[in-house]
Ligand binder design. Structure first.
Ligand SMILES: [Ca+2]
Length: 163
């Protein structure tokens, strides 16, 4: 019994097997974590691109019609179909009930588009804000001049949407 508890009882083979098992577990853990990080980063890149396209469309619409699309002081979110719109994507009336078909083929929506990750847009007579919650990116959402460090914000008044 005493001999059994002696640490010298572990053979080189046993140590090698345990080390191999630990390395396999470590590798599995890393491979499980890394892809989701990189997918999150790629979703964040698409979010920044989407709301930049939306920003351009809103400004072109404002130049063409003199007002921002949609009802003033109404918060639109990309995961909710407003009454009167056939779908969130429809370019003639999507998640913002306004015809932006001259500016893009369909309304951009968040790659996840659920209660946490979606795009938001609000405007009044003179200003507007669009925002997208980031999954992985930290620097861009913190340094965009807005009031929400976890969202990437664009517009000419980044205080319109409360974090
Ligand atoms: Ca921000």
């Amino acid at each position: 019994m005493r001999k059994f508890l002696n640490p010298k009882a572990f053979t080189l083979l046993e140590i090698t097997i345990v080390t191999a098992i630990l390395l396999v577990l470590l590798g599995t853990t890393i491979s499980l974590i890394a892809p989701s990080n990189s997918k999150g980063r790629s979703r964040d890149a698409r979010r920044m691109s989407d709301i930049s396209n939306l920003d351009r469309a809103l400004n072109e619409y404002k130049m063409d019609f003199g007002v921002y699309p949609g009802e003033e002081n109404t918060l639109y979110t990309s995961n909710v179909v407003p009454s009167g719109s056939p779908s969130i994507y429809s370019p003639t009336s999507g998640w913002v009930p306004a015809d932006l078909s001259d500016y893009f083929p369909k309304y951009p929506t968040d790659p996840v588009n659920d209660a946490t990750y979606h795009y938001e847009y609000v405007h009044n007579s003179v200003s507007y804000e669009i925002s997208a919650r980031a999954e992985q990116l930290v620097q861009e959402p913190s340094n965009d001049g807005g009031n929400d460090p976890s969202s990437y914000e664009l517009g000419n008044n980044l205080l319109l949407i409360s974090p």
